[in-house]
Design a protein around this ligand. Structure first.
Ligand code: ANZ
Ligand code: ZN
Length: 829
């Protein structure tokens, strides 16, 4: 690299610095108890083949945080790795007649190169790939420990089954209810599967949401809703002609006198039992079959058209003895509460619609203050508060009192109890796939399920397999894998062929990054205790529920197993927005992708980084625009040209400030320190990179204007040098290569990477005051001395509080106050 700066030769500059940093392992870190640690982490990518603009944005944000914290003096850990198991590798293997492992590792190599081209400051010695045995072996150990504690168990579960393909489909392989490969309608099938008892941590995971002030409120809300805690009661209704009772869960025991029928989930066992032998039998059977199939076709959150069928059976209200018909209804879920609902149409909108549809009675029992409620005049359910009516001894009570009183009475009478339910379900982790972590258990005909002994771990995923076109996991037929001996009786036994849900791998990778060289166990306590928790986590909002919840769950399980000493894995969370082009998210199917590699080749990594930071604040969507990229490129070109043009001056300039400063000197000095203050605040508090960059652009403009040949008076060299130094250091986290180069050529011997973040001088940054005129009815009546940029609100208040101005307003009502910042306040009376 020559010091010929006549042209912005980004390719040469970037290569030089990239190579230097990678060779020197500039970002390698080790535990240092005497230094403040800072852990910044971006969600690791699936090695799909190439990085996309979403990755560029995510990783650039993380990189700025990492570089900024380093300049602030923190011991920064900034790792990167690969979420390398998963279905796309199997699909690609079929399509390209290759092996998932080969495809995955080739992608990793390619994508690592792409990330390095971006100049991202990772400690590559911590890199991991979850498909490697030395990673997933520890996950198998966690599973065994959880199994021992009863946190991992097996139960029957319903899966998506494709008959022609003879395979289980993952949810994302079911498109509109049909198989993605052969278009046949998918059918539900009962199968044994492994589950992790995340529900055992439901309460703690919920309470933890209140201890995460560094998370976006919307993500916490999603977490809380997903856990979905409901306080209510369980009440038993005797079923006519049967010994067993029907147990319902309700959050509104206060409405029990208004129950007019019962609704059961189609899968509820009573549905078929009650209809058996009645004239409803055929209709019920048909309904159950249809609704269960239809439900699988619903997208998450979508509600079906309400539909139901009378089962032929009745039960009795335990408080009144009233006979209530039992229906099966498609909006009742088997997995929630008890799968049975007492229907109160007057006070529950779903029940109201259902009752209207099937002409069932509506009995209002909770009356809003001062209002009449009658079945005839109601057009919708009254779900809000009120006082009880027609409710026997509870009549007249406020609804909250009634909830408690009715629950208590049910408890005393022995047919009910207070109960809390959670919407959260245990986590089904079995996948009938090949490219994943083998679940370490053995099935023995004699002894049943036997965990693989710890000493026999890892159960390695065999790689000498051929993925065939059927899409079936080759594990199911691979005798060399399946055949084993029972650890209990030593007899012949078979290995489990299910593999883990790949969310397992991403639930603890952040901890493994802390101790890549530790091989005596999953986590080296000294290292994880020093580095964890992650101080700043950054990723897409699409992971706001599952990945984050699973990671929070795993962290607690690992804590309880003694591997970790923290409760929460991520102290602060930033969910960055999407990259949009032509109105929709950049995606292959939309054909609107911009390839980062092409952009880097054309403009350089610094420009791509700068644009992705400048175009929008991180949490918002970023609208792609080509002019913006060119603008970023021009800005960097101008900086480099300026340095090139003033090289001699910059190198020679004194470090010390001149004894006397001219007005121009002071203007540049002030702007320099104000910019340092502004950028520091923007990076420190809410990562407003876009406004930080704007501020540096302003400083650059000021510098150019004052030093232009036509400028009346140019600043002295030390001030020019300080302004340039500020520009370079402030931009360094965002635009590392060019700034490092210019720093070096302007005669600094310490690398910019080792330079502390600049401090601003409050005295120098102080604004000079300006005069703002106050007008009343269009006439100048007063003047304010304020700092430039004083907020409109403040100007308005100052103007209205001015004694002279008050005199001119007198008693007249103020119609309007027009504020022109930095200029005038106009009061219309
Ligand atoms: C009677 C009642 C009266 C209800 C009323 C509501 C209002 P959350 O708050 O979401 O927990 N429910 C119970 N189990 C259900 C299931 N498996 N599928 C569908 N709905 C179910 O909702 C609890 C309420 O949803 C329960 O309280 C029950 O209806 C219904 F004026 O019971 B409620
Ligand atoms: Zn056995």
């Amino acid at each position: 690299m020559s010091n010929n700066l006549s042209r912005y030769d980004f390719a040469a500059i970037e290569e030089k610095w990239r190579t230097r940093w990678l060779t020197a392992k500039t970002w390698k870190v080790t535990v240092d108890p005497n230094r403040q640690k800072y852990y910044v982490l971006e969600m690791f990518p699936y090695p799909s083949g190439r990085i996309h603009m979403g990755h560029v944005r995510n990783y650039t944000i993380g990189d700025v945080v990492a570089r900024y914290r380093r300049m602030r003096g923190d011991n920064v850990i900034h790792p990167m790795g690969w979420d390398a198991f998963g279905l796309p590798a199997e699909n690609a293997a079929i399509k390209n007649d290759t092996h998932p492992a080969k495809w995955t590792f080739e992608n990793i190599d390619y994508m690592r190169g792409q990330l390095q081209r971006l100049g991202l400051s990772y400690d590559w010695d911590r890199e991991l790939a979850t498909c490697k045995t030395d990673y997933y072996r520890w996950e198998q150990l966690f599973f065994l420990k959880m199994y021992e504690k009863g946190l991992a168990y097996r139960k029957k579960t319903t899966v998506n089954w494709c008959e022609p393909c003879q395979t289980v489909l993952a949810n994302e392989q079911v498109i509109n209810g049909t198989c993605w490969r052969c278009d046949t309608l998918v059918t539900p099938r009962e199968m044994q599967g492994w589950f992790l008892k995340i529900t055992a941590y439901a309460e703690e995971l919920l309470a933890g949401c209140d201890q995460l002030p560094g998370w976006p409120e919307k993500v916490l809300t999603m977490q809380r809703n997903w856990i979905g805690k409901s306080l209510g009661a369980e009440i038993e209704f005797p079923v006519e002609g049967r010994a067993d009772k029907l147990t319902i869960f309700t959050t509104r025991p206060d409405t029990i006198f208004g129950a007019t029928f019962m609704s059961l989930a189609p899968e509820h066992p009573l549905v078929t039992q009650l209809s058996r032998g009645t004239e409803q039998e055929a209709a019920v059977a048909d309904f159950v079959k249809r609704t269960v199939a239809a439900r699988r076709r619903l997208k998450p959150g979508e509600e079906p058209e309400k539909e139901g069928v009378f089962t032929g059976g009745y039960c009795l209200n335990p408080f009144t003895g009233t006979r209530l018909p039992i229906y099966a209804a498609n909006f009742v879920l088997m997995e929630y509460g008890t799968g049975a609902v007492m229907a109160v149409p007057a006070h529950d909108q779903r029940d109201f619609e259902f009752a209207t549809l099937y002409r069932l009675p509506i009995v209002p029992v909770v009356l809003p203050e001062g209002a009449e409620l009658t079945a005839e005049t109601m057009t919708q359910a009254h779900e809000g508060p009120g006082n009880l009516s027609d409710s026997g001894e509870f009549t007249g009570l406020d609804w909250e009192e009634a909830k408690a009183a009715i629950t208590r009475r049910a408890e005393e009478q022995g047919f009910g109890r207070a109960r809390t339910t959670y919407r959260l379900r245990d986590w089904g982790i079995s996948r009938q796939r090949y490219w994943g972590t083998p679940i370490p258990v053995i099935h023995c005909q004699k002894c049943g399920i036997q965990p693989v002994p710890e000493a026999d771990l890892p159960v390695e995923l065999p790689t000498d397999v051929k993925i065939d076109k059927s899409g079936k996991s080759p594990l199911h037929t691979l005798e060399s894998f399946i055949r084993t001996t029972c650890p209990a009786c030593g007899g012949p036994a078979r290995r489990e062929t299910d593999t883990f849900d790949t969310f397992m791998e991403s639930s603890w990778y952040f901890a493994r990054y802390a101790c890549p060289d530790f091989h005596d166990g999953p986590l080296g306590r000294d290292q994880v205790d020093y580095w964890l928790p992650v101080d700043q986590y950054i990723g897409g909002v699409e992971h706001a529920i599952l990945h984050l919840l699973y990671s929070r769950f795993f962290t607690r399980v690992l804590r309880d197993l003694g591997y970790l000493g923290i409760d929460e894995p991520f102290t602060n969370l930033l969910t960055q927005g999407m990259v949009i082009k032509d109105g929709s998210k950049m995606s292959k199917s939309k054909g609107n992708v911009v390839d980062p590699s092409e952009l880097i080749a054309r403009f350089g990594a610094d420009t791509v980084r700068l644009f992705s930071l400048f175009a929008a604040p991180p949490e918002r969507d970023l609208e792609w625009n080509d002019q913006g990229v060119e603008g970023a490129f021009r800005f960097l070109s101008r900086i480099q040209r300026f340095v090139g043009d003033h090289l001699e001056l910059l190198r020679r300039a004194d470090d010390a400030l001149p004894a006397t400063l001219s007005e121009t000197d002071r203007a540049l000095h002030r702007k320099t320190h104000q910019t340092i203050r502004k950028v520091g605040r923007d990076l420190e508090s809410d990562f407003h990179f876009n406004t930080a960059i704007s501020a540096v652009m302003e400083l650059t403009n000021t510098l150019f204007a004052l030093t232009a040949p036509e400028s009346k008076e140019t600043p002295q060299p030390p001030l020019v040098r300080r302004a340039v130094e500020a520009i370079l250091t402030l931009l360094f986290p965002m635009v590392p290569h060019l700034t490092a180069e210019l720093w070096e050529v302007t005669g600094h011997d310490r690398e910019l990477d080792a330079i502390p973040w600049p401090e601003y001088d409050p005295e120098a940054a102080k604004d000079e005051e300006i005069t703002v005129v106050i007008q009343v009815k269009g006439k100048v009546r007063g003047r304010l001395q304020v700092a430039p940029g004083t907020a409109e609100d403040e100007l308005r208040q100052l103007a209205l509080a001015d004694d002279k101005v008050k005199g001119f307003i007198g008693e007249a009502p103020i119609r309007k106050v027009i504020v022109v910042p930095d200029k005038l306040v106009n009061i219309v009376i």
